[in-house]
Design a protein around this ligand. Sequence first.
Ligand code: GDP
Ligand code: MG
Length: 174
Amino acid sequence: MASGEKVDYVFKVVLIGDSAVGKSQILARFARNEFSLDSKATIGVEFQTRTLVIDHKSVKAQIWDTAGQERAVTSAYYRGALGALLVYDITKRQSFDHIPRWLEELRGHADKNIVIMLVGNKSDLEDERAVSTEDAKEFAEKENLFFLETSALQATNVESAFQTVLSEIFKIHS
Ligand code: GDP
Ligand code: MG
């Protein structure tokens, strides 16, 4: 979208989850359609934006990344967030086992109506899978979360994950 065009809504969405699960690459894929296999720990930029059209309205998604400070995510990070992608790595069991903690922290800090998508990233690494789709689906249902497996590398479901969260936010806040 050309600059100067009107934006009807700005929705803040945060990325959370353990270090190295692929948060920054998911964001790079969504915001710039880029991917890097040797991504350095994210530095500097706090968020990236992409404007899309939902229901004939222009919606600017402002997506926040943890900037490599997963252990020091502060309440400012969550402030005003209407959506969240809660990311684990399907090849790292521990990153899934930490999801309840991330969820607790998120629910403690964010908007009551926050829309949450559980994201199992690196679905291209099927041979190294350590978390079954069924386990994750079951957890997501129990906790009332949306759920998708993604691959930032192959660009699988990244668009859908954000689209789902943003459309849901739109339904609640428009
Ligand atoms: P973050 O710490 O959660 O931001 O994780 P990064 O986005 O920096 O990614 C950590 C590592 O995993 C990097 O080497 C990425 O290239 C790699 N990575 C991220 N997403 C994928 C994916 O979908 N598939 C594969 N195979 N590797 C990925
Ligand atoms: Mg990162």
